[in-house]
Write a protein that binds this ligand. Sequence first.
Ligand code: ATP
Ligand code: MG
Length: 483
Amino acid sequence: MSGGASTGDTPGDRLLARMLARVTRLRSFRLRIALASTSIALIAMSVLYACSTYIIVQRRAGIVDRMLTAQLASPLFQLERPPPWSAIDAHINASFSGFALPESTSGFAILRICHAHAGELYRSGDWPAELTPARLPTPAQDPQTLDSHDGSWRVGVIANGPLTIWIGANRNLTNIQFDEQLRATFGRFAGAMTALVLLIGVLSWTLAGSTMRPLQRLTGVMVRINAMDLDQRVSTQQEDPEFAELIAVFNAMLDRLQRSYQQAMRFSGDAAHELKTPLTILQGELERSFARAASDPALEQGMANMLDEVRRLDSIIRKLLLLARADAGQLQIPMARVNLGPQLEELADDISLMDDSRAVRLDVPAQLMVNGDAELLGQVLHNLVSNAIKYGTAGGWIALTARIDGDNWQIDISNASDGIAAEHWDRLFDRFYRADQAHSRRVSGVGLGLSLARDIARAHGGALALADPGPGKVCFRLTLPTA
Ligand SMILES: Nc1ncnc2c1ncn2[C@@H]1O[C@H](COP(=O)(O)OP(=O)(O)OP(=O)(O)O)[C@@H](O)[C@H]1O
Ligand SMILES: [Mg+2]
C-alpha cells in the first residue's frame, strides 16, 4: 500500500540519493581503469615483497648452517692439546652472538662432545634435556632442527677421529634480530608502497582521463549534431590509431546520413515545387468553371467542394515547400524593419468580423518593430490566431498581447480553452501532428502550421513555444529580437 507512504524529500531520501550517485560514479569507466591498474600494481608489489622475504629467510637459514659447518670444522678440535671444552663452548657462543639482539648475553649455541670409547666428554651447561642422544643427528646427516621446551635448535654434527661433536645454534635467539629486521623493512616497505600506490592511482586516473578525451570530443560532437547541422565532423588528426578508426567510422556514418537527409529534403522540396504549378492552373480553371456553373446549383456545389480541396492542397504544398527550404537552410529572409503592431490589430479585427461571439483583447504597442520578412511573420501570426479560433472554446475570449523582455519582444497569442493534454506538449511542433484527433478532425488543418511557424521564428533569431497549456487558457509565445 502506497497510500500513506511519504515520497517527499526527507533526509533519508537525500542520503539514499547521495549513495546512489556515489555508486553510479563508481561505474565510471575511467575510475574502473584507475582502480584496476592500482590494484594490479598493489598485487605485484605484495607478491614481490613476499618473494624477496622468502628468499631472504632461506638465505638466512643457509648462513646459520654454513656457520655451524665452519664451527664444527674448527681447527680448535684438531689440536693435539685442545683448550678446555668449556673455552671452546664460550668461543662458539661468541661466534653466534652476532645474530642475536645486543641485550641477550648467552645461550646462543650449545656444544656436546663424545668419545667413541670414553663416552660423553663435554656437554654445555644449558644443553636442553629434551635433546637426548637418540634425537641428535648422526655424522652422516645434514644439520637438523630440533625443538626443546625453551626453544628451537639447529643442530649440526661432525666426526673427528674418535670424537663426535654436535653444535646447536639457538634459532630463537638468532631469529629474533632477523624478525626485528624484517618488521622494520616491512614498516618501511608499507610506507613506500602506500605512497607508490597513491602515485600510481593518481597517474592512472590522469592517464585514463586523457585516454577518454577523444571519446569526450566525439560525445561533444554527437550532442551538438541535429538534422540541421549534419556537416559537423570530428578531426582524426593527432588521434591514436584505435580512436582514429572509431572517429573515421563515425564521420563516414555522418556522411551517409547527410547524403540521405539531403536527398530526402531535395525530394520533398522538388516534389512540392513541381506540384505547385499544376495545382495553381487547376485552381484557376476551377474558379473560372465555378463562375460559369452559377446556373446549376448541384454543379456549383460540387465545384465549390473541389475548389476547397484544391485550395487546401495548395496551402499544404506551399507550407511543405517552405519547410523544405527551411530544412535546407535556404529560407531566404529579406531582412527589413517590420512593424507587427498593425498586423496584430488587423488580425484582432478579423477575429471579431469572423465570429462576433468572441471577446478579443488586444494589448500591443503601436510600434512593434522587428527585423525580418513581413509576409513570413504574418504567416506565423496568422497560424497562431487561426489556431486560437479553431481550437479555442466556442464563444470564449482570445487575447493578443505583446511586451518587451530584455532585447526581445514577447508576443502572446492566448485563448480560452480546456487545455492541451500533457502527452501532446512535446509533439505539437512535429510535422503533421494534430492533438486531440476527434476534435481536430472536425476543424480543417493538416498539422503543419506550428512546425512552420517555429522554423520561421527561428530563422528570424527568435522562438516559438507553448507558454501555457491550460486548463482554462492556452498561450503560445512568439519571441522575436527587437529592432
Ligand atoms: N490554441 C490552441 N489550443 C489548443 N490546441 C491547439 C492550439 N493551437 C494548436 N493546437 C493543437 O496543435 C495542433 C497543431 O497545430 P498546427 O497549427 O501545427 O496544425 P493545424 O492547425 O492542425 O493545421 P495547419 O495549421 O497546418 O492548418 C493542432 O492540431 C491542435 O491540436
Ligand atoms: Mg494551425
